[in-house]
Design a protein around this ligand. Structure first.
Ligand SMILES: Cc1cc2nc3c(=O)[nH]c(=O)nc-3n(C[C@H](O)[C@H](O)[C@H](O)COP(=O)(O)O)c2cc1C
Length: 348
């Protein structure tokens, strides 16, 4: 039994999950600042063979990324990369600072290897994140995506305004942009996935991307992140809208508002469920997306990934890349190294 599961996690469990998260980010920020700290992170990760892949024209050092919500303000992407993650999806950012929901708003469900969160995009606004985004190393050997969302107060009719403002601000610093229309904790946000808004929203953003590409001399891929709680009909509409607008990839999935059978005391908390119970939903959605989208549209699979076997299963089902968040909480900082070594050792 690894040290983390036996000793560290039982200790961390005594503290509020968000406090532990904030301390983890602070420790990573400290460690990534100098060569000795970065070496320490690489030692924790252990040796990993290079396993590069190209998706949306971007070169990823490996298939595994850290999902949105962990590095909300783009503070620790180099530290996460030193731990082995080939890409970091920072954010979700909103145009202005907002506090999110009252704490506590993250709950551990250890018996289920799951989390429930109802964060509601707390962040200090895009300006604070830009401070960090500007300081990211360039060129760099990892990929940084920026996840963008809408301010809680912005009416759905005006949501495009928020996404446009964020695109304008982060475009020079992001390798790709993730359009988050699927978090369950911003009231109404998921309606942007529906027929009424999605086509117009995507067309507006793709149009602005063309202008920004001209201005900055670089085309940044736009990836759309969807929820797991979609009917087959809704999913078909989303894929049609994404293909018609020219979105470069779909990320599936965000957390679920459904509640598969759960054992942990916090199972009735409201919010989005992530981790092991999300895996079957995420995998099923991935397979349906692959069918609907045809062979060419890249898919990024996220939801309940803990092991190399989980990753291999997603790749076999048609994912080009995978991401995790909850797996890091339960498996610890060695999770990426462990997965990448096992993937490299597995017969292709
Ligand atoms: C505490 C927490 C905060 C999250 N915040 C965001 C977010 O800001 N934007 C987003 O697109 N997804 C967010 N997510 C969802 C994750 O990116 C991911 O889609 C989901 O957790 C499923 O992956 P997992 O089972 O590996 O955790 C968050 C998840 C957690 C647990």
């Amino acid at each position: 039994m690894p040290l983390y599961q036996q000793l560290v996690f039982p200790l961390l469990r005594r503290f509020d999950p968000e406090t532990v998260h904030d301390l983890t980010v602070a420790a990573l920020a400290l460690a990534q600042r100098n060569a000795a700290g970065r070496r320490l992170l690489q030692q924790i990760r252990g040796p990993v063979p290079p396993q590069p892949v190209v998706v949306s024209g971007l070169r990823f050092p490996n298939v595994l990324g850290i999902a949105a919500g962990f590095d909300k303000e783009a503070e620790v992407a180099p530290g996460l990369a030193a731990l082995g993650f080939g890409h970091v999806e920072v954010g979700t950012l909103t145009p202005y600072p907002q506090p999110g929901n009252p704490r506590p708003r993250i709950f551990r469900l250890p018996a289920d290897r799951a989390l429930i969160n109802r964060m509601g995009f707390p962040n200090r606004g895009v300006a604070a994140a830009l401070h960090h985004l500007r300081r990211l190393p360039r060129p760099r050997d990892f990929v940084v995506g920026v996840s963008i969302g809408k301010q809680k107060e912005t009416p759905l009719e005006d949501a495009a305004r928020d996404y446009l403002a964020l695109m304008d601000a982060v475009y020079p610093f992001a390798d790709y942009l993730a359009l988050n229309v699927s978090s369950p904790n911003t009231p109404g946000l998921r309606a942007l996935q529906g027929e009424r808004y999605l086509t117009a929203l995507l067309q507006t953003l793709v149009q602005r991307r063309a202008e920004l590409a001209e201005q900055h001399g670089a085309v940044r891929p736009l990836w759309l992140k969807v929820a797991p709680d979609l009917t087959p009909g809704e999913l078909a509409q989303i894929v049609a809208a994404a293909l018609a607008a020219g979105v470069e990839a779909i990320i599936a999935t965000n957390t679920t508002i459904s509640r598969p059978p759960l054992r942990s005391p916090h199972r009735d908390e409201s919010g989005g469920l992530s981790g092991a119970p999300l895996a079957p939903l995420s995998l099923e959605l991935l397979a349906r997306l692959r069918e609907l989208a045809g062979p060419d549209l890249p898919l990024v699979s996220v939801g309940g990934i803990f092991t190399a076997a989980d990753v291999a299963e997603r790749l076999a089902a048609g994912a080009a890349l995978v991401q995790l968040y909850t797996g890091l909480v339960y498996e610890g900082p060695q999770v990426a190294g462990r997965i990448l070594r096992a993937l490299a050792a597995a017969p292709q």
